[in-house]
Write a protein that binds this ligand. Structure first.
Ligand code: XLS
Ligand code: NI
Ligand code: NI
Length: 432
């Protein structure tokens, strides 16, 4: 036991609660569309933001002085203790981690790997006594200077080898802890300037690396899902896994579209010039929707500020797409979100997650009610109803000339119809 969260009781669902250290909307046992809310949302805490990030920004050093900060294994274990205490207080079913979040970096790769194995054993023991499971593990292939010019896409083949060794170790760790997914986010898989970059070569390296990852998954019998997390830029000026559409083209190119799904992050969608719901709907339509990283950007600065979500109507749009896609299978809602650097107290960490869980619960409930009501889906189906006629369907089977011939043969004169956007927005707003 640490005393970091001392005095903070496990959070309860209490709609009348006078404190924000409680859930007013998230009742894990509430049944929505035939499924418990906890099983719909599948919340996860991100180890990096909550326990590893010290509150630095480009202008200032650490503001958080956590008792576990430091380089030794003892600190890593203390950090794990605090993490599991927080998981228990929040009652979250999952967590996510990078190797670098949980273990100190060694002087050599072998030492880093041993450190990882030791802490993974420690975490595994804690998991036996806790109800929190692993949503996904991942490798940090972006912080250390060796990865500054990329991991799999590096011009130096020795870095490719190092990336392979790191990912292998992290996949082993994820497998050992029963992870439900393994994530790859290519923070440095991109470029700073085309002047020194061979795009075709780097893309081919990234594709081959991912094929090797998938092969390794099968070799070790890992049953989880491999997920790519798209992001257009930051830290690289231009990242290869730009957005859902780009990643889909990449997966098709390397024959991986049936093997790999996507972990879609709210802030990354916005950075790519999309909405979160657009990215979710597109991934679902392509059959590659996997999981979500939940957060929000600062819309004023435009940065990927990884704040906790606070906007129910916006999140309802997202969960509507998740539910329409059939909900999560191995995926979940990972809070890839961090405190503001002035939010120093342990209570801030708990309240941030509690508030975000409530926002997501409200959003999911609103989305579920609208889906159950069916009016939006009826309106959508009605808009395309013309395509249900045999003549319309035959057009897609036939050639261009046959489709063209219909115009004069049937005297077609298309009549524009209202898209009813405001009416549908009114409908939407009755539910959120
Ligand atoms: C960074 C990413 C990162 C991934 C995991 O922007 O969101 O946190 O989720 O490497
Ligand atoms: Ni991110
Ligand atoms: Ni993320």
């Amino acid at each position: 036991m640490t005393d970091f969260f001392a005095g903070i009781a496990p959070l309860r669902y209490d709609p009348e609660a006078e404190t924000d250290l409680a859930f007013r909307h998230y009742d894990p046992d509430a049944v929505i569309l035939g499924k418990r809310l906890e099983d719909h949302l599948r919340f996860a805490v991100a180890w990096w933001h909550s326990f590893a990030w010290p509150g630095t920004d480009p202008f200032g050093g650490p503001t958080f002085l956590r008792p576990w900060f430091g380089e030794g294994m003892a600190q890593a274990k203390l950090k794990a203790d605090a993490a599991f205490e927080m998981f228990a207080i929040l009652g979250v079913p999952f967590f996510c981690f990078h190797d670098a979040d949980v273990r100190p970096e060694g002087a050599t790769f072998a030492e880093s790997r041993r450190n990882l194995e030791e802490i993974v054993d420690y975490i595994g023991e804690k998991m036996e006594r806790a109800r929190t499971r692993l949503l996904w593990g991942t490798a940090n292939l972006f912080s250390h200077r060796r990865f500054m010019a990329g991991a799999a896409t590096n011009p130096d083949p020795d870095v490719y080898a190092y990336a392979a060794a790191t990912v292998k170790a992290c996949m082993d760790a994820t497998h050992r802890l029963g992870g439900e997914n393994y994530v790859l986010w290519g923070g440095r898989e991109g470029y700073e300037t085309l002047l020194n970059t061979d795009l075709a070569r780097e893309r081919a390296q990234a594709g081959r690396f991912l094929q090797q990852v998938v092969d390794y998954k099968h070799r070790i019998g890992f049953k989880g899902t491999i997920l790519i997390e798209p992001k257009p830029q930051e830290p690289s000026k231009h990242q290869y896994d730009y957005d859902v559409a780009t990643v889909y083209g990449f997966l098709k190119d390397f024959g991986l579209e049936k093997e790999v799904k996507l972990n879609i992050e709210q802030g990354h969608a916005i950075l790519a010039g999309h909405s979160f719901e657009h990215e979710l709907a597109l991934a679902a339509s392509l059959g590659i929707f996997g999981s979500i990283d939940m957060n929000r950007n600062d819309y004023q600065s435009g940065w990927d500020t990884d704040q906790f979500p606070d906007n129910v109507p916006e999140m309802a749009r997202a969960y509507y797409e998740v539910l329409k896609a059939g909900g999560f299978t191995t995926g979940g809602t990972n809070f890839d979100a961090k405190l503001r650097r002035q939010s120093l107290d342990p209570e801030d960490l708990i309240a941030a997650h509690a508030g975000a869980m409530d926002v997501c619960a409200r959003a999911l409930k609103a989305a579920a009610a609208l889906l159950e009501d069916g009016a939006l889906e009826r309106a959508r189906a009605e808009r395309y109803a013309g395509w249900d006629t045999p003549a319309a369907r035959a057009m897609l089977e036939g050639d261009l000339a046959a489709a063209a011939a219909r115009v004069e043969a049937e005297g077609l004169e298309p009549q524009p119809r209202s898209g009813r956007q405001e009416r549908l927005e009114n409908l939407w707003n009755r539910f959120v």
